[in-house]
Design a protein around this ligand. Structure first.
Ligand SMILES: [Zn+2]
Length: 563
């Protein structure tokens, strides 16, 4: 991780957060080769969060391949060494394979030990360990017993993405604790495609889980009532359990939908402060989409299990659960400002991409555009001033402009190689394109349409419908292509086709100064930094447009809404 200096806690919200970027698809596919692992994304800690991608996003893929079912008892043992003992039953198989890498975290398979396999009658079956986390039984085995070492990962940011446990609390993510489902390809060496497919979150199927916790510990997971120890998990790939001995749970109902907050640790803000902020952000996102992404949402807010600087945070949005680990500022103002950065971004991911039945590498949209949208949300909620918002755009431009290959690939092309060559395009350039797109759409539609309308339409057309019943049966591969879907909606706006083609499908360079002049914004270069400000003379139309985005040239008053 690299760090940014803290310039001013109050004035520059973006400077107090650290960001980590993750790519769910590349991460999920990272079992394919060691070289790909070495190039894996994590560790690309970047500068200001409003400018760059934040995020650890992992979501869910949208199809469920098999009705694999498993039943398991998990005995949580936080005392050194921290581990969980797993015992259960599944359909007979000879191949037992555990997730080895995820989101740039490597070597997960090595945490699995003591594997014992049995047939349905309980007779033990000879088992070989082929590789870390890979086991082969001499004949089909259905019952299992093993343990998973759960010492917190060495790299603090990884603790939002994988299971860990310490003496106070832990996160249990079933996808790295349970064996991966076996497909028909299980007996033979898997092709890259099959491996990638078998690592998709939704391919894990279902499980019934019983948790055995130390005395005094509690467990929470999304969609289940508290106080339970037995859980029916309809999607193992999305399941996150928060466990601990001092967990505090609160909830609120927003338009008949439930937001659960599970917290631990001491913070400069209260639990209700955090719940209130999350509620505000969710309501703002709801205004954009018009519908909720799910009936139950859960936000887990923990301190890091490692010692970290106050300004660090790392987060993942998996299914309907946002897991957020944060450093702790002593000042309430700074701590709440820090909290707002991941919340505005991560909670948006509940809709995009987690709530969409879209596939493919359209990262430019669900990351770069989300960075822009999160900043817009922060302005709407008065968490950022309009000038701070412009500063974030300027930083994105500086980062984009400094890239040697900045206009070599289109946003769509860059999304396919985000961790090797395309990162700055997917985040910074895409954020700039989102801004320009929003400005053009508002202008050409005479403020009748904005980027919000694109989100609403994409969600209306491609909303992921969660299976309500258990068990689930669904077919894989039925999702639309994300790039095509989003482009179709974007280009549906009159007068915007050429813009979308040039800046998204092709790799047009951004001349920020000339682009923004049209909208009454002035771009200056101050040393190595770009500064964007509102022009001294504005046309009536420019003033109205900028006011829509939060520009306030009169006494402080409610910020105009999007239309
Ligand atoms: Zn994101």
């Amino acid at each position: 991780m690299s760090t940014d200096s803290i310039r001013s806690k109050k004035k520059d919200l973006s400077s107090i957060s650290k960001t980590v970027r993750l790519d769910r698809r590349k991460a999920l596919a990272s079992v394919r080769s060691s070289s790909e692992r070495l190039k894996s994304p994590i560790g690309i800690w970047q500068s200001p969060a409003w400018t760059l991608g934040i995020v650890a996003l992992l979501c869910c893929f949208t199809s469920i391949v098999s009705a694999q079912q498993m039943s398991v008892v998990m005995r949580v043992q936080p005392d050194a060494p921290a581990r969980v003992l797993m015992e259960g039953e599944r359909a007979p198989t000879t191949v037992w394979s555990f997730r080895d890498s995820y989101a740039g975290v490597l070597g997960l398979g090595a945490r699995v030990s003591g594997m014992q396999l049995f047939d349905t009658s309980g007779a033990e079956i000879q088992t070989h360990r082929i590789a870390p986390g890979q086991f082969e039984a001499a004949r089909p085995a259905s019952r299992f017993r093993y343990e998973v070492s759960l010492d917190p990962p060495g790299r603090a940011s990884d603790a939002a993405f994988v299971s860990w446990l310490n003496s106070d609390r832990g996160l249990l993510m079933l996808a790295d604790l349970l064996p991966q489902p076996n497909t028909s390809a299980a007996k033979a060496p898997q092709s890259a495609v099959a491996r990638e497919k078998s690592n998709r979150d939704d391919d894990f199927g279902q499980a019934t889980v019983r948790l055995s916790l130390p005395a005094g510990w509690a467990v929470y997971t999304n969609g289940n009532e508290s106080g339970q120890s037995d859980f029916r998990i309809s999607n193992v790939g999305r399941a996150v359990f928060a466990v601990g001995k001092h967990l505090r749970a609160s909830r609120t109902t927003i338009s008949k939908n439930v937001l659960n907050l599970v917290m631990d640790g001491e913070w400069a803000f209260t639990d209700s402060d955090a719940l209130e902020m999350a509620t505000k952000v969710l309501k703002s996102h709801l205004d954009v989409f018009g519908v909720w992404p799910g009936k139950q949402l859960t936000l887990i807010l923990f301190p890091f299990p490692q010692t970290v600087a106050a300004d660090k945070w790392s987060a993942e949005t998996r299914g309907s659960t946002v897991t957020l680990l944060m450093g702790r500022f002593p000042s309430k103002t700074a701590a709440l400002a820090q909290l707002s950065v991941p919340l505005t971004h991560e909670l948006f991911h509940l809709w995009v991409p987690n709530g969409l039945a879209l596939d493919g590498d359209y990262d430019w949209f669900y990351e770069g555009f989300t960075v822009y949208q999160a900043a817009r949300t922060a302005v709407r909620l008065e968490l950022l001033t309009f000038q701070e918002f412009l500063n974030a755009i300027a930083r994105a431009f500086d980062a984009y402009a400094s890239g040697a290959d900045r206009d070599r690939w289109s946003l769509i092309e860059a999304s396919q190689s985000r961790w090797t060559t395309g990162g700055s395009v997917v985040y910074q350039k895409s954020m700039l394109v989102a801004f320009l797109f929003d400005l053009k759409l508002r202008t050409q539609s005479r403020s009748k349409r904005s980027l919000d309308d694109v989100y609403r339409e994409v969600f209306r057309r491609y909303r992921l419908v969660e299976p309500q019943s258990f068990p689930i049966t669904a077919e894989a591969g039925g999702n639309a292509d994300g790039n095509q879907a989003v482009m179709t909606v974007m280009k549906g706006a009159p007068g915007i086709q050429e813009f979308a083609e040039s800046f998204i499908r092709r790799a047009a360079a951004i001349d920020l100064s000339s682009e923004l002049a049209t909208f009454g914004l002035r771009v200056e270069r101050l040393g190595l930094r770009t500064r964007i400000s509102v022009s001294e003379t504005l046309t009536h139309r420019q003033r109205d447009l900028l006011r829509e985005l939060g520009y306030n040239d009169y006494a402080r008053s409610p910020i105009p809404r999007k239309h």
